[in-house]
Ligand binder design. Structure first.
Ligand code: 3PG
Length: 388
């Protein structure tokens, strides 16, 4: 892929607007995991060191739905971002330029125009900041055609930041429309909804799809299991059935947990391991069981490429962390497979289990963006910086 690249000539003495994805997990106003910030520092430092006149950073945090939600304010990031850049940055409330060389603007999703890609909103940002060049470094949000991602195209030059380039280079070798020998996909996380297109794609190209979390529950329902009161999305069971059919036609194994860890609610002290077919009544599934871990590890041990998105259990709670922890530990030691991980939850899990990112072929900052890219879709935020 050929991009309009970030060069010293393109940004020298210019006011530069940078879309980053600093959508980091926050708890009680504190950042829990900083990878998404750290990964954009090379782009910001390059701008500083190569004479950009002023740098305006734009990001979203969470999904505030056009409302001003104080616990999703970028004010909470100022200290961390300043520390990582090694220079004071200034918080700006409504896209007006301040004094500092680097300014971080308020959460773009506090304005409902952001999601609608309202041209007047993009223009308001350009007028307020005086930006002359746009750099997209927010790979993780590049699947969204939102104003701060695509709205500056055609108005000022749009360039690819280093993180965006790095992600595309790392993920491109794994794009394929055909069956990929040795490809095993691990699909977890709570909701199947966002994963339907990519699971449909991998039902053709992967050899095996191993499921966990809410995603597995949807497949369990589609295959007629009772899953007690476990979470699943009824409106997508039909899609799960379709994916099973496609997998069947293409010789792809879709694997459900054979056993699971259940409790009546996540705070409960009483948990128990059950075979999947014995889950009944008020039981809720919160992790995969010990036999499932063993069978998934057996399949993964023969894999040549592994794509992982989404934890297989509620790993934030110690009693439900085992499945995610054991599988990540195994993959971090798997020397014969290229392992690609993605998604904010996965980054948090690596931090929690002290597993270095360097143990894997690539750890993507993108969740949905990584999946859509691997599915072969054109991502709007990439299209605007691509040379055609
Ligand atoms: C992500 O967390 O995947 C990105 O920041 C995009 O967030 P979104 O799914 O809320 O658009």
């Amino acid at each position: 892929m050929n991009f309009h690249k970030l060069t010293p000539e393109a940004i020298k003495n210019k006011v530069v607007l940078v879309r980053v994805d600093f959508n980091v997990p926050l708890k009680d106003g504190k950042i829990q995991e900083v990878t998404r910030i750290a990964e954009s520092i090379p782009t910001i430092r390059f701008l500083l060191e190569n004479g950009a006149k002023r740098i305006h950073l734009l990001t979203h945090i969470g999904r505030p739905k056009g409302e001003n939600v104080p616990n999703l304010s970028t004010k909470l990031l100022i200290h961390e971002v300043s520390q990582q850049i090694g220079e004071e940055i200034e918080y700006r409330e409504a896209f007006a330029a301040g004094e500092n060389r680097i300014q971080l603007h308020e959460n773009v999703r506090f304005w409902k125009e952001e999601k609608k890609n309202d041209p007047a909103f993009a223009q308001k940002i350009l007028d307020g900041t005086g930006a002359e060049v746009f750099v997209n470094d927010g790979f993780a949000v590049s699947h969204r055609a939102h104003a701060s991602v695509v709205g500056f195209a055609g108005k000022i030059p749009c360039l690819a930041g280093f993180l965006l380039q790095k992600e595309i280079e790392a993920l491109s070798p794994f794009l394929s429309e055909e069956k990929v020998p040795g490809l095993v996909v691990l699909a977890g996380g709570l909701k199947i909804e966002t994963k339907i297109p990519v699971l449909t794609h991998f039902a053709v190209t992967a050899e095996h799809i191993l499921t966990g979390g809410g995603v597995a529950n949807n497949f369990a329902i589609a295959q007629g299991y009772n899953i007690g009161e476990s979470f699943y999305q009824e409106e997508f069971v039909r899609n799960a059935r379709r994916i099973l059919k496609i997998a069947n036609q293409n010789g792809t194994g879709i694997h459900l947990p054979i056993d699971v860890v259940c409790a009546d609610d996540p705070e409960s002290v009483n948990t128990a391991d059950f075979p999947l077919e014995d889950v009944i009544g008020s039981a809720k599934i919160f992790d995969i069981g010990i036999h499932t871990i063993a069978s998934y590890i057996e399949i993964l041990s023969h894999a040549k490429i592994v794509v992982w998105n989404g934890p297989v259990g509620l790993f934030e709670k110690e009693k439900f962390e085992r499945g995610t922890k054991k599988l990540l530990e195994f993959l971090s030691q798997h020397k014969n497979a290229k392992v690609i991980l993605g998604g904010g939850d996965t980054l948090e899990a690596l931090k929690k289990f002290h597993i270095p990112k360097e143990s894997f072929a690539h750890v993507s900052t993108g969740g949905g963006a990584m999946l859509e890219f691997l599915e072969g879709k054109e991502l709007p935020g990439i299209e605007i910086v691509r040379k055609k």
